[in-house]
Design a protein around this ligand. Structure first.
Ligand SMILES: Cc1ncc(COP(=O)(O)OP(=O)(O)O)c(N)n1
Ligand SMILES: Cc1nc(C(=O)O)sc1CCOP(=O)(O)O
Ligand SMILES: [Mg+2]
Length: 214
């Protein structure tokens, strides 16, 4: 039998939106071009400090674009809104509610991811509760989340050896440092600023990630 790494899917690019979207029409045009590259495997709507009505309006506007490109849209923090807008899932932090309640709201065909920082214990708990993926981080200093808990990439290889549940690496990931996380066992790298703040724009950024992860 071939070794399991020989059959492994390439590491996917999991994109987080900016925390605020000032011009939704313009953002949708940009997102359409970014997703048309085929490089992004998952999008998370991660709006912070906005009213629920803005999250709902934005999610409803992004869902058709994501689905046109066959990219699932997950909501950050809010299983209730994910259920209301029929999004493809939710990402829960340790303070964002439990997996069982989210599963009740969303049903079994939606994805639930859980932040596990640098803790295998939290990851096993999330897996046992029915999470579809666990997220470890922060692997590098992040301008998006300046006080994130640091994580060591060895947690990715350990997780990859002991379970079949997907793991996402997050935190300060760039085209220059993503390869080492993929080689350590990350199934997805989750990225925000390195795409939206790239000097040549977000479409060029995802192309550079594609080359780095190939
Ligand atoms: C894929 C992914 N991993 C981790 C996080 C962080 O979630 P959380 O700890 O709840 O922090 P906020 O994103 O809510 O600030 C994430 N969003 N996505
Ligand atoms: C939202 C988030 N969570 C993190 C964690 O460690 O749990 S790091 C992070 C920020 C990710 O954005 P960027 O790619 O700009 O660093
Ligand atoms: Mg959260």
């Amino acid at each position: 039998m071939a070794d399991k790494n020989a059959q492994k899917e390439p590491c996917g690019l999991y994109l987080l939106t900016p925390e605020k979207i000032d011009d939704l029409v313009r953002f949708i045009d940009t997102l359409d071009l970014v997703l048309a590259t085929g490089v992004v495997t998952c999008l998370q709507l991660r709006l912070k400090s906005v009213d629920d009505s803005v999250i709902i309006e934005t999610a409803k506007a992004l869902l058709p674009i994501c689905h046109k490109h066959e990219v699932p849209l997950l909501l950050n923090d809010r299983a209730d809104i994910a259920a209301e807008v029929d999004a493809d899932g939710v990402h829960l932090g340790q303070e964002d509610g439990d997996v069982a309640s989210a599963r009740t709201l969303l049903g079994h065909n939606k994805d639930i991811g859980v932040t596990c920082h640098s803790s295998l214990h939290l990851a096993f708990e999330a897996g046992e509760a029915g999470a579809n993926y666990v997220a470890f981080g922060s692997f590098f200093p992040s301008v998006t989340k300046k006080n994130a808990t640091p994580a060591d990439k060895e947690i990715l290889s350990t997780w990859d050896e002991v379970t079949d549940i997907a793991c996402v690496a997050i935190g300060g990931i760039t085209p220059d440092n993503c390869r080492e996380l993929a080689d350590s066992g990350a199934h997805f790298v989750a990225v925000s600023s390195a795409v939206w703040n790239h000097k040549d724009g977000p479409v060029a950024a995802v192309r550079v990630f594609e080359a780095a992860l190939a």
